[in-house]
Design a protein around this ligand. Structure first.
Ligand SMILES: [Zn+2]
Length: 300
């Protein structure tokens, strides 16, 4: 478990600022119209096909202080949208860009050596791309599965990986999304209810053995779906003897793979486990957006 409370406050702030920004830009439909965000900041967008494939975008400040965001016109529409919002995040959050004046594509879309401020800008961008008032009802109209995530990705004009992460964070089901890169788990997002049960997948560790993810990565299976014992993924006692549903796909970029995990049935939780969890949970960010802070767990 992370133990860096400053960063977590930072994540919450990034989300709240993104929500303010979405309101101020009068976003009123999905897919969100980038023009409304750009107008709010008085920024001009230039789609540049001359940028090399390694360059996702950049911010240019003109001598008269006007700002231009340049985005790589050779990237997919979904990627361009995320890049533009990421660049706007640097401006709104007043975070220095760690990619100097040029955002490299690998720097923006892989998880290797991502500095903290870059992650905060990603969080901001994701919140702008999936405004909660639209996204949460849409998510809860579906049952967890990769197909539902894919449909929403198309609806919101976003990448599958970004959509899966926000899907897991917003659903009221027991659900998690796991992004791995080069066989190492790099990013885990999960629903509030699943987190409350104590579910935990450690970041920075190899794909767990015998999971569908591991089988896909090692070419032992072509199946996307499998029902696997929950303890393959997590060692928390609450899940002993339980099965979970897993869908894992290998992506064609960056040596990444995406897994969606969910439980079909509710998991009873023992009182002792809940108490232990509550203490730890004070440190966790409210990334699922159940505001206001502090969370409802404290009312008990
Ligand atoms: Zn950046």
């Amino acid at each position: 478990m992370k133990n860096t409370s400053n960063n977590e406050i930072g994540e919450l702030t990034a989300i709240l600022k993104a929500r303010d920004f979405t309101r101020e830009a009068t976003i009123n439909c999905v897919p969100v119209q980038l023009e409304q965000y750009l107008e709010k900041l008085n920024i001009r967008l230039v789609i540049n096909k001359e940028l090399s494939y390694t360059q996702a975008g950049r911010v240019i400040t003109l001598p008269d202080q006007r700002i231009i965001i340049e985005v790589n016109g050779n990237d997919s529409n979904e990627r361009q949208r995320f890049t533009v919002l990421h660049e706007m995040a640097h401006i709104v959050l007043a975070l220095p860009s760690n990619h100097v004046s040029m955002t490299t594509t690998a720097g923006l879309y892989t998880y290797t050596k991502r500095p903290e401020e870059e992650i905060l800008c990603d969080i901001f961008a994701a919140e702008c791309l999936f405004p909660r008032e639209y996204f949460k009802p849409d998510v809860n109209n579906t049952d967890p599965c990769m197909e539902a995530v894919d449909d929403l990705a198309k609806q919101y004009q976003a990448s599958l990986t970004a959509t899966a992460s926000r899907y897991a964070a917003n659903t009221d089901e027991l659900c998690a999304s796991v992004l791995s890169e080069n066989g190492i788990i790099r990013y885990v997002s999960m629903s509030r209810v699943l987190r409350e049960k104590g579910f935990w997948v450690p970041v920075g560790t190899p794909a767990p053995q015998k999971t569908q993810l591991e089988k896909r990565l090692s070419d032992q299976s072509n199946d996307i779906f499998a029902e696997v014992p929950a303890h393959y993924w997590t060692n928390h006692d609450s899940f002993a003897g339980r099965m979970l549903c897993e869908e894992s796909i290998v992506l064609d970029m960056w040596n990444q793979a995406l897994s969606l995990l969910w439980f079909e049935d509710d998991i009873p939780i023992q009182q002792t486990q809940r108490r232990q969890y509550d203490e730890d949970d004070e440190l966790l960010p409210e990334l699922d957006g159940q505001l206001p802070w502090p969370s409802r767990r404290k009312r008990k």
